[in-house]
Design a protein around this ligand. Structure first.
Ligand code: 2YP
Length: 262
């Protein structure tokens, strides 16, 4: 972890750098930290390895959400001018991952990205750029976790946690959020979607709000995604343009675009 943090600090000092023979991108804290994770192995459920909820820092294997969380926590350190001390990183990570920034058991983790977004907007770590750029909205209804408890270690054996999650789901459901329908996303993206923006895939899977997350990167003028790919089993710069990636999965309805708040 220390080596990643220190090298992130070094990389951030650059203004542009090449990620392939002929591709240079202007550096920004989200993008430069995201690129540090290239080829990091994919692993699901890395936050469920302990019996009691605690702050897990495991940047050696990530899923789509923990990848975005580690990148955002590191980028906030850069912006805060921290000399990337691990304590500041851990403070940022707890703030990002938990409701009101405080660990208080399994259900205090921001499991649904709709709440992860709204809580982080409240805490000032991100802003929802979609809201000011797209007039399309999508209703939120979530009950996936309480109706599939067997898929979650800390729900499968805890009716109490299932009841708590069901309450949280009711609080999250009913709102409408701004999004870009996938059919409206061009191959070259939009001028207002920037390198390093957080991209969340909205889904029509019953009871779920978001099905995947990643970080925006433009390659030769086309919008692509850096993400922890469960198919490639590692973090990649996806060579398939984002509009095509979305088109390939009939359950994806569109995207939300979030940006780290400086
Ligand atoms: C989240 O899933 C989990 C959190 O419990 C977990 O499954 C849900 C509703 N939340 O703390 C977090 C970190 O492990 O993952 C994510 C999952 O995406 C996977 C990890 C991926 O694509 O790599 C978030 O919710 C982001 O999109 C969905 C997706 N969950 C499901 O598709 C059930």
């Amino acid at each position: 972890m220390k080596k990643i943090i220190l090298s992130a600090f070094a990389i951030c000092a650059l203004t542009t750098y090449t990620i392939a023979q002929d591709v240079t991108v202007e550096a920004n804290p989200m993008l430069s930290n995201a690129l540090l994770f290239l080829n990091t192995p994919y692993a699901a459920n890395t936050l469920d390895v302990t019996n009691n909820e605690e702050l897990i820092v495991n940047a050696d294997e990530v899923d789509c959400t923990t990848f975005v969380e580690y990148v955002l926590a590191m980028a906030l350190c850069d912006e805060q001018g921290d000399d990337m001390m691990e304590s500041d990183f851990a403070t940022n990570l707890e703030k990002i991952r938990y409701r009101n920034g405080k660990i208080d058991g399994y259900t205090s983790r921001l499991h649904y990205i709709t709440e992860w977004v709204s809580d982080n907007i409240k805490k000032g770590t991100i802003e929802d750029v979609t809201a000011s750029k797209s007039k399309d909205v999508i209703p939120v209804f979530v009950n996936y976790m309480s109706t599939h408890p067997d898929r979650y270690k800390h729900l499968a054996n805890s009716p109490e946690n299932v009841a708590k999650m069901s309450q949280i789901e009711k609080q999250i459901s009913g709102q409408k959020v701004s999004y870009i329908p996938k059919e409206k996303l061009p191959q070259d993206g939009f001028p207002w979607i920037k390198n390093g923006d957080i991209i969340a895939f909205t889904t029509n899977t019953s009871g779920l709000d978001i099905s995947h997350m990643g970080i925006a990167i433009y390659l030769k003028g086309n919008l692509h995604l850096i993400h922890a790919s469960s198919r490639d089993k590692k973090v990649i710069v996806d060579q398939v343009a984002l509009y095509k990636q979305l088109d390939r999965d009939k359950h994806i309805t569109g995207i939300r675009v979030l940006r780290m708040k400086k």
